[in-house]
Design a protein around this ligand. Structure first.
Ligand code: NAD
Length: 478
């Protein structure tokens, strides 16, 4: 498949390509251009040239176009879900869910876009201003570079592209290098629905070449990046070179705290959802299971029994619950991380093995709080890392010892204890009696510390993709 610049399917100017591999079969299913700096430059300049005309299109008209887009997505949902499953290794039911989310996400932003009200500052708030009226307007920030990771490419496309377009920006999408095909199809549908061809571009390619060129381009006014902390920090530095606005949604190592008075059956079910979904490749998956010693054995035994029941295999089958990771290399990395946890004192009580791009659902217990995984080693796979603790204070100390601060959760029947724990957790999202893997389109989602800067969601993204202009009317009263 080719990338789309100015409405045309094009190759990269240097004719280089990337192979797209189905991680289940390990076979190449397609190739995409590996866009050069020159291609990125062309895409950004086209997007920049469209700014004025697109910002002048009424929001009602923009919504009309996006409604057509959503109908096209519905018409093409089987093809989109299949493409997403093939290039990502996501179980097909989860691929359908992600395609279904496009409507939920876009509609949320479409409703909100009509209500981006400014504010009026009352007369006379400061000495000498009693005849001065001040109010605010929101204006588009400009060309938005949307850099998207592999794990939920469509969800993050919704989070970034919908509000950017609705607020009057133009967009250059940089899809994940492992699985860009579904996003190319979505951009084609946006253009088919009526988004002008100079308003949305998609440049495919690897991170250091295509992504880096995009982040460094001086005509990119805003970078909205979701991905690893390592690349996020680099992108922040690149944005600084031309003072681009930036939002960073980065990695996490969320704590899942189970206290002695918790409902263990509930905690185990939430562990399955919060750790195994998307084959364990979720930013806000619960990744560190801090379990109080009084319920440790029960949690481990019930978790083992539950994970043994999961149906593992071919992602194209509706019954499959767990499949492979996104690439063979990703699975090899998780395998190394599991070995490292064991070296540092962890004891595998379930799974632990890799076959091609598959990692068995794994439980490792007795992990010391000083182990890498208990601190900053984010494992992106179906691995339950259990760190036992004695007191609530100790659990909070372990949870906050990580450089990451995306989300966290606590299980207890005592709501007072629960509030005290969430109040003390140093992270952007907290859940009581549920896994930290909770992200609605409405909520402002974002991390503390090395998990990011800014938040995304219907409630907050418009603030991130617009600039505020103040208008002052002086001497308007007698
Ligand atoms: P990644 O950082 O490797 O890649 C993310 C995107 O950046 C891809 O499009 C990639 O091609 C591009 N990229 C890579 N190098 C680049 C460079 N030098 N300059 C510019 N762009 C570059 O991340 P990934 O492996 O795709 O995703 C997994 C990570 O993303 C995990 O750490 C996960 O926690 C995080 N994540 C965070 C959130 C969130 O909302 N906080 C959501 C999803 C994933």
């Amino acid at each position: 498949m080719k990338m789309i610049i100015n409405g045309k399917y094009v190759d990269s100017s240097d004719k280089t390509t990337l192979n797209i591999v189905n991680p289940y079969t390990l076979k190449v299913i397609d190739t995409v251009p590996n866009a050069s700096e020159k291609d990125v430059d062309m895409a950004v300049k086209i997007a920049n040239s469209a700014l004025k005309s697109w910002s002048e299109v009424a929001v009602t008209k923009k919504i009309e176009i996006l409604k057509k887009f959503l109908n096209l997505v519905d018409e093409n949902k089987d093809d989109l879900a299949k493409t997403l499953m093939l290039e990502t290794g996501k179980p097909i039911t989860q691929a359908y869910a992600e395609i279904g989310n496009i409507r939920i996400g876009f509609e949320g932003f479409m409703e909100r876009a009509k209500h981006l009200y400014g504010e009026v500052i009352p007369f006379g708030t400061e000495m000498g201003n009693d005849k001065t009226m001040q109010f605010t307007l929101r204006e588009p920030v400009g060309v938005v570079a949307a850099i998207i990771p592999f794990n939920f490419p469509c969800d993050l496309f919704d989070q970034k592209v919908a509000p950017s377009l609705l607020a009057g920006n133009t967009v250059v999408v940089k899809p994940p290098h492992q699985n860009p095909l579904t996003l190319i199809k979505l951009v084609a549908l946006l253009i088919k629905a009526g988004i002008p061809k100079n308003v949305v571009q998609i440049v495919t390619g690897d991170g250091p070449k295509t992504g880096n060129s995009l982040a460094c381009h001086p005509l990119v006014h805003k970078i909205t990046f979701t991905g690893s902390t390592k690349v996020g920090v680099l992108t922040y530095q690149n944005a600084a070179s031309h003072l681009a606005h930036i939002s960073l949604e980065l990695g996490g190592n969320d704590a899942f705290i189970v206290l002695n008075d918790a409902d263990i059956d509930l905690a185990v079910e939430e562990m399955v959802w919060g750790r195994m979904y998307n084959n364990g490749q979720v930013c806000c998956a619960s990744k560190r299971f801090l379990v109080q010693k009084g319920v440790l054995d029960e949690f481990v035994e019930k978790s083992k029994a539950r994970l043994k029941k999961l149906i593992i295999g071919d992602p194209s089958k509706k019954s499959t619950e767990i499949s492979c990771l996104v690439t063979l290399q990703a699975a090899e990395r998780v395998e190394q991380q599991i070995n490292n946890v064991v070296k540092q004192g962890g004891k595998i009580v379930l799974g632990g093995k890799r076959v091609n791009a598959f990692i068995e659902p794994t439980i490792i217990t007795n992990i010391p709080k000083t182990a890498d995984v208990a601190l900053n080693d984010e494992i992106f796979g179906p691995v339950v890392s259990i760190i036992p603790f004695d007191t609530v204070e100790e659990a909070i100390e372990i949870a906050n010892a990580s450089n990451y601060g995306l989300c966290g959760c606590v299980f207890t029947k005592n709501i007072r204890t629960a509030f005290n724990v969430v109040k003390q957790l140093e992270c952007g999202g907290t859940v009581i009696n549920g896994a930290s893997f909770f992200r609605s389109f409405e909520m402002p989602f974002g991390g503390y510390k090395f998990s990011g800067i800014g938040t995304e969601g219907v409630l907050s993204t418009f603030n991130e993709v617009t600039k505020i202009k103040t208008v002052t009317l002086k001497n308007i009263l007698d």
